[in-house]
Design a protein around this ligand. Structure first.
Ligand code: PEP
Ligand code: MN
Length: 347
């Protein structure tokens, strides 16, 4: 995986057996496929939305994670949200931490963490805030920079949005890319596990991130994903992780600004096409509902005045550029025909 950074490990620390087995399988599977693990991750204190959810094993997991470090030589990273978490990490010899997306939204807490970490030699990974506000993300990074932390990484894990997205969190790629423009020297990683919420989207999201020029990936991996106490649907086995990594294309690092811009524009187009296809699917399901209503009420299948209204909407709202008129007319005709075709099944 070239010079790309890889972080993997379970969502949460659950038991000594789970951590050691997952770490062991990662060591074997990654070694066999020629990959290297830069950090082993595990959430020890999980900021769960609801109190009844599994919160991670807490302080007792620190000893288990020290063992992971000594047995496998992995550097471990843990999520911290309070100064006392940082103290517990230092005591256990864990020198890498990440700041979670729910913590990054709170400047008071971030400042407290930055003050506590000053001068202690930690690597700090700053996840994006859970809301799409780049200033909070930049501000958090700056608080750690101001505290003299020299090893800082940024992690894109998607944003909470009320929408129709198939993903658990919206990627809104423009935001991490803008961050990269502001901080070209800070490695930017993508966490496709939390964006996706489901392992079936991991490959697609990881490849988009790499195509955008991200510097690495953080992926959740568990030795028995179906039994995981948190985020079970999005975790994969170490073996699946090795297969996933082998299937990805790691482009050489981008050197020229033109190349970067071209790659960025192409990936934006892929992202837009993705949204268009999701909107089409949604439009078609509404067409089906209209088809049923027409059939149940004996209304005619084709209502020309309705179609004219659709054409007018397109022409008046936005696509006024006459270069597009012919295209849009053909496109609407096709859309109309296929909608009628669909509704015929209810007739
Ligand atoms: C995690 O990585 O397990 C986690 C809780 O992170 P986030 O803050 O991105 O939800
Ligand atoms: Mn998780």
């Amino acid at each position: 995986m070239s010079d790309s950074i890889l972080i993997a490990g379970p969502c949460a620390a659950e038991s000594e057996e789970q951590l050691l087995a997952t770490a062991g399988q990662l060591a074997v599977n990654l070694e066999l496929s020629g990959q290297k693990l830069d950090f082993f991750r595990a959430g020890v204190w999980k900021p769960r939305s609801q109190p009844k959810e599994f919160k991670g094993a807490g302080k007792k997991a620190m000893g288990w994670l020290s063992k992971v470090q000594t047995m496998y030589g992995f550097r471990v990273c843990v999520e911290v949200a309070k100064p006392e978490h940082i103290d517990a990490c230092e005591k256990a010899g864990i020198k890498a931490v990440w700041i979670g997306s729910r913590t990054v939204v709170n400047p008071f807490v971030v400042q407290e963490l930055a003050d506590s970490i000053r001068g202690r030699g930690f690597t700090v990974m700053v996840k994006n805030p859970i809301i799409p506000d780049i200033k909070l993300w930049i501000g958090s990074i700056e608080r750690f920079m101001n505290a003299g932390v020299s090893n800082i990484l940024a992690i894109h894990r998607g944003f909470a949005q009320q929408n129709e997205n198939v993903f658990r969190y919206s990627p809104i790629w423009e935001i991490p890319i803008e961050l990269k423009v502001n901080f070209p020297d800070i490695p930017l990683l993508c966490d496709p596990s939390h964006i996706a919420g489901d392992k079936k989207y991991l490959r697609q999201l990881s490849q988009i991130a790499l195509d955008f020029g991200f510097n690495g990936l953080m992926i959740e991996s568990h030795y028995k994903p179906q039994e995981a106490l948190s985020d079970a649907k999005q975790q994969i086995t170490p073996e699946e992780l090795a297969t996933l990594l082998n299937s990805l294309t790691f482009k050489s690092s981008i050197t020229s600004p033109v190349e970067y811009d071209l790659r960025k524009q192409r990936t934006l187009i892929t992202h837009i096409d993705d949204q268009i296809s999701q909107l089409f699917a949604k439009r078609m399901s509404i067409v089906d509902i209209i088809g049923k209503i027409k059939s149940e009420n004996n209304l005619p299948l084709v209502q020309p005045q309705q179609f004219n209204k659709v054409v007018k909407t397109y022409i008046e709202n936005g696509l006024r550029d006459e270069n597009y008129t012919e295209f849009i007319q053909k496109f609407l005709e096709l859309l109309h025909q296929s909608s009628i075709q669909r509704q015929k099944k209810y007739d």
